[in-house]
Write a protein of this length. Structure first.
Lengths: 370, 310
């Protein structure tokens, strides 16, 4: 054997591949730039929700694609194919239930994420665009929920869609067109199922991927807002990079969320009601829990009559939406400390408490229906 | 003025070297220190506070050369370059490069006059491709949206089922549906039939026969005011759920919608809850043998006026 003199050990195959790519695209610098994002004031548990949402979306994509291997979006087979997934396909019940509980987790984490941004005053200049794109993403998540639970074509699906579309019908000017467009006919049927299916598996995911990318890009342009307290010197002393401390916290958050969704899927698997039909029998129609507060407040006597209903289902939610959208523009006070923004704090508490109250009262109301 | 790279660095007594690197503060975006290459004697990190004046190509320090030499050597491993970290907005504040970095402008590009014209041409081309597609795509998507109404009479059962006056009785029936390419199927629906006493009939018809017309105004059927049988569409006029006949603690027997708790009496009048109008009546015929026939109709929910959609 003949020893060739070398500076160190020979590079492994992995290192060679890495070097090959690095030479062409600047992988090292790119990775560094991705991971070395300064987090002013240091990593925090409060910042984990964005990453968690990305994780949940990833898992929804994976489970959703897997469900499509068996699911058939036709009025005569949607129900049967969903039952087949639940009862016959190995672990089908788990994947379907994971997808179902994943959507709930998405809503919970969106609420947490938005609350964090709101309470930290992180929507203020220069982060207005991140906030606005975030609101659009919130609307997409709700759209996912609404289009998703028609797909199993059971009684819950049928009635939630019937009522949901009737509500959309009340949008001024375009309401009737929109309702017919979504239903693809006078009553929910095959056309409705086809439309909801393509919206759920193609249109919304494409929109979400695009907007989430934009959201992240805008976030990287402006940088993290950091805590609302502390002098620049204190912040600088505690600043670290996205990797590893924040990523570690994000990973723990993801693992916890994964465990929760899996546990729910395991112990509370999806059970379908009877197949969809315009005759509900003894079933009391009710939407998914995260729409319950809207459902319940439509029951209030103050929202009776045509105008009352318009007020409750269009005007108030619409105004709230516009207010949130324009929030960074009329709230120009640079103060970010939530304890020095009493109006914002009170607004958040009132909204959260009323959502909770309406949800709970909808659940209590169930007992008085029979 | 920010110090330039390669500027000479002069101490109170003599020149000691040149600016080799510049250190920025990531929060204030200000230059916080200079790294001075000491003419071959290593590098020293000089805080910006030690700088007296900065002019073109010269940084004047307050300290003496021995004081600068006594500073600890610059530790490169405590820092990262701008290429390895993302601090939004920082690069915009860096003006330490010694002049502009240039590349030649291609020959062919130098004398192009109509840049704006070409930019606008791309939009025009886009419109040229997109606009003709709008109408066909809309029509494509709208195909099933406005189906004609179906005014066939449907047999739904026999009135023998109705045992008492002014009581809601559910009639379940099947309606065949042929949707686009799908095989013809039957869907289950339900209507509520009430055998009304004259008082209730008066409440419903108010002394007038009820005429049903199609959207063009052509009469379809007239419910006579003295026929005691009423058929209500099974769809709640509030938001389209299915209502039931229930015993209410205070109001007695009523139609109750479990969704948003609208309550109607046997004549369909709203007693309580959010509904904007009474229950919807459908055309009804009862034969001598008691067979009930209806024209199946559904109306838009949530509006004060009736708009037929099925």
């Amino acid at each position: 054997m003949h020893d060739t003199p070398s500076a160190g050990p020979q590079p492994t195959v992995v290192e060679k591949v890495f070097a090959f790519i690095d030479e062409r695209v600047g992988l090292k610098q790119l990775t560094a730039k991705m991971l070395n994002e300064s987090v002013p004031g240091g990593s925090r548990w409060a910042y984990v929700f964005g990453s968690i949402l990305l994780f949940i979306f990833g898992m929804q994509t994976v489970t959703g694609v897997l469900l499509m291997f068996y699911y058939v979006p036709t009025a005569d087979h949607a129900y049967a194919s969903t039952q087949y997934i639940i009862h016959d396909v190995d672990y089908g019940w788990f994947l379907l239930s994971y997808h179902f509980w994943g959507s709930s987790a998405m809503v919970v984490c969106v609420f947490a994420h938005m609350s964090q941004v709101f309470l930290w005053g992180a929507y203020k200049k220069p982060r207005e665009l991140i906030w606005m794109v975030g609101l659009a993403l919130f609307a997409l998540v709700m759209g996912f929920g609404f289009t998703g639970y028609l797909l199993p074509w059971d009684q819950r699906a049928f009635w939630a869609t019937t009522v949901g579309v009737e509500i959309m019908d009340k949008i001024p000017v375009i309401g009737d067109f929109l309702a017919r467009f979504l239903k693809g006919g006078p009553i929910p049927g095959q056309m409705t199922l086809s439309r909801f299916f393509v919206i759920h598996v193609m249109v919304l995911p494409a929109a979400l991927i695009g907007l989430a990318g934009l959201h992240l890009f805008l976030f990287r342009c402006a940088g993290p807002a950091g805590p609302f307290r502390g002098t620049p010197v204190e912040l600088k002393a505690k600043t670290d990079y996205f990797f590893p401390r924040q990523i570690w916290k994000d990973m723990v958050g993801m693992a916890v969320v994964f465990a929760c969704i899996s546990a729910l899927a395991f112990w509370e698997p999806v059970v379908l009601l009877d197949e969809a039909t315009p005759d509900p029998g003894d079933y009391h129609p009710e939407p998914e829990w995260y729409f319950l507060f809207i459902f319940q407040h439509l029951r209030l006597r103050m929202f009776s009559g045509e105008f009352g209903q318009f007020l409750a289902s269009m005007l108030l939610p619409g105004l709230l939406g516009v207010m949130l959208l324009l929030l960074p523009f009329f709230d120009r006070n640079p103060e970010r400390n939530i304890f020095k923004r009493p109006l914002a704090l009170i607004g958040w508490v009132v909204l959260t408490v009323s959502i909770l109250l309406f949800t709970v009262s909808a659940i209590i109301n169930r007992d008085f229906l029979d | 003025m920010q110090p330039q790279l390669k500027s000479k660095v002069r101490c109170a007594d003599r020149e000691v070297g040149e600016v080799a690197k510049v250190i920025m503060d990531p929060l204030s975006f200000e230059v916080s220190a200079l790294v001075v290459s000491m003419n071959g004697a290593g590098e020293r990190q000089v805080p910006i506070g030690a700088v007296q004046t900065v002019t073109d190509n010269l940084v004047q320090l307050r300290s003496s050369s021995s004081e600068v030499m006594a500073l600890p050597p610059f530790k490169r491993e405590d820092y990262v370059t701008l290429h390895e970290v993302e601090i939004p907005g920082l690069e915009k504040h860096v003006h330490v490069t010694p002049g502009e970095v240039l590349v030649p402008f291609p020959e062919l590009e130098r004398n192009v006059k109509r840049r704006t014209f070409f930019a606008n041409l791309t939009y025009v081309t886009g419109l040229f491709i997109g606009l003709p597609l709008v109408f066909p795509v809309l029509k494509y998507l709208m195909k099933p949206m406005y189906a004609p109404m179906d005014n066939r009479w449907l047999k739904i059962g026999n009135v023998a089922k109705v045992k008492a006056n002014d009581v809601g009785v559910q009639f379940q029936y099947k309606r065949s549906i042929k949707e686009a390419y799908m095989p013809e199927t039957e869907i289950e629906k339900n209507a509520w039939v009430v055998k009304a006493t004259p008082a209730v009939l008066e409440k419903v018809y108010q002394g007038k026969d009820m005429e049903f017309r199609d959207p063009l105004g052509k009469p379809i059927w007239t419910n006579k005011k003295d026929i005691p049988y009423l058929a209500f569409s099974g769809k709640c006029p509030h938001l389209g759920c299915a209502f039931k006949w229930r015993n209410h603690k205070i109001l007695g027997p009523v139609f109750l919608c479990p969704c948003h708790l609208s309550i109607y009496d046997a004549s369909g009048k709203v007693l309580d809850g959010p509904a904007p109008r009474p229950l919807d009546l459908m055309p009804i015929q009862v034969s001598a043998s008691g067979e009930v026939q209806i024209i199946d109709m559904e109306f838009k929910a949530g509006t004060k006026s009736q708009t037929r959609i099925v």
